[in-house]
Design a protein around this ligand. Structure first.
Ligand code: NAD
Length: 255
């Protein structure tokens, strides 16, 4: 391990999993550049082209052009075009836009936050548009579709799996992974649980035999390991941290 503090970029750092991850990495001696639409070192709206450009410009300036890991955590669950813009294109802009800053690190790493909903019902047409990369068409389609959140998370996991083994990532020595949380006790979940009907529907859709909904620190610990120097060989994976929900939903036909 090197003596110098590792430098991390955490999006969604103002709340929930992102805030907890920032705290954890700082407590371990890391330097974290938080990015969020509010209350962060870099305030940028990742749903917009200009916000993404601001993020890249500001992070480059603050870090002097060198970082050790990217953690693309920011996300929204409201459905519609905004969910496509933040969860998928915002995450891709973060990973691809900041990737050049990783190239001088001795142990570069990247991770994004997908979701257990990546194995829920999804919209195949929207998924294809997302994987083809046409943002304006995807934003248009998301106005009509039902399973937008789940489809963005499925697309994100698929993008990571496709890209992790390419020259830009594996070829440059950069493990690229995702985590897929089950139900995590953050503002996002509290908002959904306020309504009794939504709470029952979500709990039934994400059965978690091992412990049920959990505190964000558990997800932060896994993210911290995936972007640590210890992770030299895990790449292209979506690691489910979901109390067993993926196993209940998909059974033993996948692993
Ligand atoms: P949260 O609402 O507490 O935090 C999300 C953060 O993203 C907030 O700080 C918010 O300001 C930021 N953000 C939203 N839109 C943004 C934008 N346009 N530009 C920049 N930042 C923006 O929610 P959370 O639960 O901590 O969610 C973190 C990630 O975990 C998300 O990607 C979410 O989809 C995922 N996730 C959460 C759960 C859960 O149960 N909480 C489960 C699975 C996946």
């Amino acid at each position: 391990m090197s003596d110098q503090a590792r430098v991390y970029v955490v999006t969604g750092a103002a709340s929930g999993i992102g805030m907890e991850t920032k705290r954890l990495l700082e407590s371990q001696g890391g330097r974290v550049i938080g990015v969020d639409i509010r209350d962060a070192e870099v305030v940028a709206d990742l749903s917009q082209h200009h916000g993404r450009a601001t993020m890249i410009e500001q992070v480059t300036k603050i870090s002097d052009g060198k970082i050790d890991a990217i953690l693309a955590i920011a996300g929204v669950d409201t459905g519609g075009p905004i969910t496509v813009a933040v969860n998928y294109y915002g995450a891709l802009a973060t990973l691809e836009g900041l990737r050049p800053l990783l190239l001088e690190s001795s142990a570069p790493r990247a991770v994004a936050v997908s979701s257990i909903t990546s194995v829920h019902l999804f919209d195949p047409q929207l998924l294809n548009v997302l994987l083809d990369g046409d943002e304006s068409l995807a934003l248009e389609k998301a106005k009509e579709e039902k399973f937008v959140y789940a489809t963005t998370k499925r697309a994100l996991s698929r993008w990571i799996r496709r890209n992790a083994i390419r020259s830009e990532w594996s070829g440059a020595g950069i493990p690229l992974n995702a985590i897929a949380p089950g139900l995590v006790k953050t503002e996002l979940l509290k908002r959904l649980f306020d309504d009794e009907g939504t709470r029952a529907r979500i709990s039934a859709g994400t059965p978690m035999p091992l412990g049920g909904p959990y505190e964000p620190i558990a997800a932060a610990e896994l993210l911290a390991w995936l972007i640590s120097e210890k992770n030299g060989h895990v790449t292209g994976q979506t690691i489910f941290i979901d109390g067993g929900a993926d196993v209940v939903i998909r059974g033993d036909s996948t692993w």
